[in-house]
Design a protein around this ligand. Structure first.
Ligand code: ADP
Ligand code: ZN
Ligand code: ZN
Length: 742
């Protein structure tokens, strides 16, 4: 028997399998995922690696094969299923097997466990008082202090005792020798919450919730492990539905993972899970220490956890009998990893579930095009929740055409309608949120008079303004010179959109002198916790108006906010990538959803230069399906995901000329490798950010209707890069269906 091993070197060239023999003393000790120490290279340097398979024979001469030396100390074996998942991720997203293994293995090293020491009085109170008198008579002050403290409270924390009573370990030891007290240590599990399960306070499901749970359960009971999408507005009872599904799965002896974007992982949400599952719930978050994570994973392996809740990385929880993965807010871009392998947690959840015969439940009020498309193609089943459980109405939305304002002579960033409505709220003592949609903003050029936006004639995305009046497409590299007048209407009001939150704050303060204003953006949230502080100040009514970027859209509920103003809905609409329409729709709907969460119904004002654009129109109507129909047509026409697949190849190097040359070679290779001529190859173009840390960047985009073909080409490119010395000084990363433009 031989062990197939991936050695722990991040160098691309060594990303292949090395075979080692298994010495007799290690037989039966190794399994798939075990970390081992092996001799490597001519000098037999000792390095670590992971066993990823066993084989009966080898192509190497027997005398050339070296033995595995030993198991790595303090290492945590990756579950063999997670190794299979890592292999899938490497294939799907590129990168090395080691990088994939490191992604699925959340804990790198065994962390020494933490113990808590306790001091306990062993004497009866009478005996203790006698002893105390003795110490006092002998003037043994420290001993007396300690004993008096223990008489008051017979069991105390070692750390507290030494600090509070100011005694040393020597004093504690001497009392221990005299049989006065005992010093005990107990192992504590870090990151655990002690929480008792409440009684079964089940809500009475409405017909739609009932339908979702029973259809899910019907499949599950028959051994059909599918993918489902729960599509329902915030407050429609999605979380209740997940909890019931999980309850049933757990009752069958299986476990569940609940992915929630970190920003939405609030205390209230977590409490609802504790209430149902008690301390059989575990939580992961980015603030936890390595020790806390380690202890929670140990609990998982011992079978003490049924439900793991956390962001992206919680997907790799080593459950032995995983039955269900819930991906809440599945449209969130944070589900995509920005490190190699650049995996998407939604897709990876579906892959893991298929490998382990588990089901996947996705949930969102504004589903990703990917998730909705899966329902249309029959790969997922959709459950719709159309009613808010608490019965509030959706807000009334007004769209203001900013071109019209300009025509009437209002050059302010605030429309007359918005000003009037803000004043109304201030008089009533209600609160207002003003939202500047800067996400993905990339310096597009537009006409304030007619709304015309300069776009790439080939890619149908906005061009970005660069120095010297150059307008550039970041997919294909197309360039043109910025014009002085609008090519559509001849107006001179053409240019970049420059307003920032700071300027808006000044304008708002000037306009509403008596109002108190808070601002939340990158500048005001640099300090730790400042994000939370601003939101809670606003929530406590310490300000009338909150101005902010997309940051203010999520998280807290503000019942006193009855008006939301969206200042420039177009800013994300004309970002320079193919997801801009989807992102705009999602942000507008989520922002609108902030108005009228309380008793008083809400209103929303959307200011735009393109009131006819479907993302804006459909967001104003809160009509997801209408939006989807338009957007999917655009994706079909242009060959963008989810209809086609898009592979970005990001290349980085210090020498720009050489990089350009290498990028050209790689492109030519891709053209040659694509024998059946299935691909559309775009670029190489300079990314939006052309230079980072003195490294230049180039991006090549490959489009194809079949993902399988793209993966094959990616594999061939990886081989070509590995074999060709010319690529040594260049870093190359792959990104399937990127979330934005590079
Ligand atoms: P979502 O996850 O879609 O935002 P939640 O599950 O959080 O919705 O539900 C919103 C609120 O309504 C919660 O307080 C929840 O307990 C309550 N709720 C959900 N479903 C019902 C129901 N069928 N009957 C009564 N209350 C419900
Ligand atoms: Zn114009
Ligand atoms: Zn282009």
């Amino acid at each position: 028997m031989y062990a197939d091993i991936i050695v722990d070197i991040t160098h691309e060239k060594l990303d292949r399998i090395f075979q080692y023999s298994i010495p007799s003393e290690l037989r039966g000790e190794l399994s798939i995922g075990t970390e081992v120490i092996v001799p490597f290279g001519n000098g037999n340097r000792e390095i670590s690696g992971y066993v990823i398979a066993f084989s009966e024979k080898t192509d190497y001469p027997a005398d050339k094969i070296k033995p595995v030396l030993k198991k790595a100390e303090n290492s945590v074996a990756i579950e063999s299923r997670l190794v299979a998942l890592a292999a899938w991720m490497k294939e799907q997203y590129g990168g090395t097997m080691i990088q994939a293994l490191k992604t699925v293995l959340p804990i790198k090293r065994k962390e020494s466990s933490r113990v808590k020491r306790k001091v306990r009085l062993l004497l009866s109170e009478n005996d203790a008082r006698e002893k105390l008198k003795l110490y006092l008579d002998k003037n043994q002050k420290a001993r007396a202090r300690l004993l008096a403290g223990l008489i008051e409270q017979p069991e105390q924390d070692y750390e507290l005792v030494t600090k509070k009573l100011n005694v040393t370990l020597a004093v504690i030891r001497s009392l221990k020798e005299q049989g006065v007290l005992s010093l005990e240590s107990e192992k504590v599990l870090r990151g655990s919450v002690k929480y008792k399960k409440h009684g079964e306070e089940t809500v009475c499901f409405n017909a739609e919730q009932e339908q979702a749970v029973s259809r899910f359960w019907e499949d599950y009971s028959r051994g059909i492990f599918g993918t489902y999408l729960v599509y329902g507005v915030t407050g429609s009872g999605k979380t209740e539905v997940y909890i019931e599904m999980i309850r049933r799965v757990v009752e069958r002896g299986r476990q569940a993972i609940v992915l929630i974007p970190e920003i939405a992982l609030t205390y209230q949400t977590v409490l609802r899970f504790y209430a149902r599952f008690g301390d059989r719930v575990s939580i992961l978050n980015s603030r936890m220490s390595a020790g806390e994570r380690y202890d929670q994973m140990e609990r998982v392996k011992r079978g003490e956890v049924d439900v793991m809740i956390g962001p992206r990385s919680a997907l790799f929880t080593p459950f032995l009998n995983l039955g269900l993965i819930v991906v809440d807010e599945e449209h969130e871009s944070t589900y995509k990893s920005e490190q190699v392998p650049r995996y998407h947690a939604r897709e990876t959840a579906i892959a893991r579930a298929q490998m382990e015969e588990a089901s996947v439940v996705l949930g969102s009020a504004t589903p990703s095009l990917e998730a909705f498309y899966r329902c249309k193609t029959g790969d997922s089943v959709m459950f719709e929740l159309t009613k808010r459980a608490a019965g509030q109405n959706l807000p009334v939305v007004y769209t203001v055409d900013m071109r019209e304002e300009l025509r009437r002579g209002n050059r302010s960033i605030l429309s007359d309608r918005l000003k009037e409505k803000v004043r109304e709220r201030l008089n009533k003592g209600q609160q207002v949120m003003l939202f500047l949609n800067r996400r993905g903003y990339a310096g597009f050029v537009s006409c304030r008079s007619c709304g015309y936006v300069v776009k790439c004639p080939h890619c149908d995305v906005s061009l970005s303004a660069h120095k010297g009046g150059r307008l550039v497409c970041h997919y294909c590299g197309y360039e043109e010179q910025a014009a002085d007048t609008c090519p559509s209407c001849g107006s001179a009001c053409i240019g970049g959109f420059k307003a920032g939150t700071q300027q808006i704050e000044d304008i708002v303060k000037r306009e509403f002198k008596d109002a108190s204003v808070l601002r939340m953006d990158m500048d005001t949230t640099k300090c730790k916790d400042s994000h939370e502080k601003i939101l809670s100040a606003f929530s406590n009514g310490e300000a009338d108006i909150l101005i902010g970027t997309q940051m203010i859209v999520k998280g807290h509920d503000f019942p006193n906010v009855t008006l939301v103003g969206i200042l420039a809905a177009d800013m994300s609409l004309y970002s320079n990538d193919y997801r801009s329409g989807e992102r705009t729709f999602e942000l507008l709907v989520q922002a609108a959803g902030r108005a009228g969460r309380g008793e008083v119904p809400g209103e929303v004002v959307i200011q735009t230069y393109s009131p006819k654009h479907y993302s804006i129109r459909m967001a104003a109507e809160q009509n997801y399906e209408g939006f989807y129909e338009e957007e999917i047509r655009y994706r079909e026409l242009m060959g963008y995901p989810p209809v086609s697949s898009l592979l970005a190849v990001l290349m980085t190097g210090a020498d720009e000329e050489y990089l350009e040359l290498a990028a050209g070679h790689l492109k030519n290779f891709a053209i040659r490798a694509d024998k059946a001529k299935n691909l559309q190859i775009i670029g190489p173009a300079s990314p939006y950010v052309n230079k980072v840390n003195d490294e230049y960047r180039r991006v090549l985009y490959l489009k194809c209707g079949e993902k399988k073909v793209l993966i094959e080409i990616k594999n061939l490119m990886e081989q070509y890069i590995e074999m060709n010395r010319g690529f040594q000084s260049i870093k190359i990363q792959f990104d399937f269906n990127p979330m934005g433009v590079f």
